[in-house]
Design a protein around this ligand. Structure first.
Ligand code: DGY
Length: 436
């Protein structure tokens, strides 16, 4: 079973390879997406290291002069996706969107280098300054409190598009000037598994706002209608800064190392801003009102991946882990199953995402919660065995949701099955992102 699934996983990556970059899913997402590509590189690394590096290099061909790395690179026009390059109107070559996505590329770069030093050394050295520029961009434009925690200005930036965390801030977005448009996603995926039309109107209104500001990132972060401190983005950036520091140690200057050390310390010192005693977990906050949304999501458990929290916070998070485990068949739902807004099949309101599971499992195992981490890995493999390489999965039944033949799910399967532990037969252990 493992061998035939691994063959299928490779076939999906090759099928979705558009020559140097991989589309997340053939029709649903026909361009290069930022964090998708970083995870896809982990899959290619299992059978073609050169191609894995190429995925990251092609992604950075879309980097702007100020270091910003867009969430979509529109290498070739495709009328099957909305909103396409012309709607974004960023006027870049190659054409890109105007918002970013969770910065996992530095962590993947470090991992690729550690697994194959010979192929990776020159490639990592060339990528390092680009990664540094992107991370600096976050700290320049997205850290308004100068506390190391970062803003998202569009739900799509968080990667967790329709997480109920975003309902209250998105409700303030004025959608009255959105012209009629046709959603292409609904021709491909059941509406019950996708964001609502109202949420789509908000996405498009926010896009229009960015465009009206000529994609001036300072103006959008200062006055944009949607501004949230995203727990996922902050945890992922903190982890990525640690991985970038390891790269800086080899390829950067001592000033750059000090700069990154200071950033890491700042984020560690202030991560408590995202903590809520009411839920016993880290979560996101509204930058406009300061309100904590007080919702437990899969991103709350990225605290382990980011290596933050003291004994008290970790114990409370593990209590949430046990509670959620008692409510679903497969871990980790993207949203709290005890919350009235939980929906096991609707995108980020409940379904499991293999890439988030990979990060949670890695963090749990690194922090000594081996059983819980292995549970996540086992469940990720089980739902793929049961339902194939889908976009996401119901935590209640394991049924596949969203798109099919999905690149990052195939990549995570290859990555996990390649790193099976000899001491725990049948249980895949994610590779540690530690220096060799
Ligand atoms: C979409 O189109 O659904 C994407 O998530 C945007 O990045």
């Amino acid at each position: 079973m493992t061998r035939s699934l691994s063959k299928k996983a490779r076939d999906i990556l090759l099928l979705n390879d558009h020559g140097g970059y991989t589309v997340p899913a053939a029709e649903l997402y026909p361009y290069q997406w930022n964090w998708d590509s970083a995870f896809v590189a982990l899959g290619f690394a299992v059978f073609n290291h050169d191609r894995a590096w190429q995925e990251l290099e092609t992604l950075f061909s879309g980097q702007w002069d100020d270091g910003f790395l867009p969430h979509i690179i529109f290498h070739v026009d495709d009328s099957g996706y909305f909103p396409g390059a012309a709607v974004w109107g960023t006027n870049k070559t190659p054409q890109t969107s105007g918002i970013t996505q969770p910065p996992v590329a530095a962590s993947v770069t470090r991992w690729l280098l550690n697994t194959n030093e010979k192929i990776g050394k020159a490639r990592a050295a060339a990528l390092y300054p680009k990664l540094l520029a992107w991370h600096r961009w976050f700290h320049t434009y997205r850290d308004p409190l100068k506390n190391g925690l970062v803003l998202c200005v569009h739900p799509w930036e968080s990667g967790r598009d329709n997480s109920p965390e975003w309902d209250a801030p998105a409700a303030r977005v004025d959608t009255s000037s959105v012209e009629p448009y046709r959603r292409r996603d609904l021709a491909l995926v059941d509406q019950g598994m996708r964001p609502s039309n109202q949420e789509y109107d908000q996405y498009i209104a926010l896009l229009q706002h960015g465009r009206s500001q000529n994609w001036n990132h300072a103006a959008i972060a200062d006055t944009g209608p949607f501004r949230v401190f995203d727990v996922g983005m902050s945890m992922i950036l903190l982890r990525a800064n640690r991985d970038l520091l390891a790269l800086a140690d080899r390829f950067g200057t001592s000033e750059e190392c000090e700069e990154l050390q200071a950033r890491i310390k700042l984020s560690e010192d202030n991560i408590h801003y995202l903590w809520s005693d009411a839920i016993g977990a880290y979560g996101s906050r509204d930058a406009k009102t300061g309100n904590h949304f007080e919702m437990v999501t899969s991103a709350s458990f990225l605290a382990f991946y980011a290596g933050v929290g003291g004994d008290r916070e970790r114990a409370a998070l593990m209590a949430n882990f046990e509670r959620i485990d008692g409510m679903v068949r497969y871990m980790m739902p993207s949203f709290d199953p005890a919350h009235p807004k939980f929906d096991p099949i609707r995108y980020w309101c409940g379904p499991i995402w293999a890439v988030v599971n990979k990060m949670i499992a890695l963090g749990l195992i690194e922090m000594g919660h081996t059983k819980a981490g292995q549970r996540i890995v086992r469940d990720t493999c089980s739902i793929i065995e049961q339902s194939g390489f889908r976009e996401s999965y119901s935590p209640v039944t394991g049924e596949g949701t969203g798109g099919s033949d999905f690149s990052w799910t195939a990549a995570i399967w290859l990555h996990l099955s390649e790193n099976r532990s000899a001491t725990s037969p049948g249980v895949a252990v994610p590779h540690k992102l530690e220096p060799e």
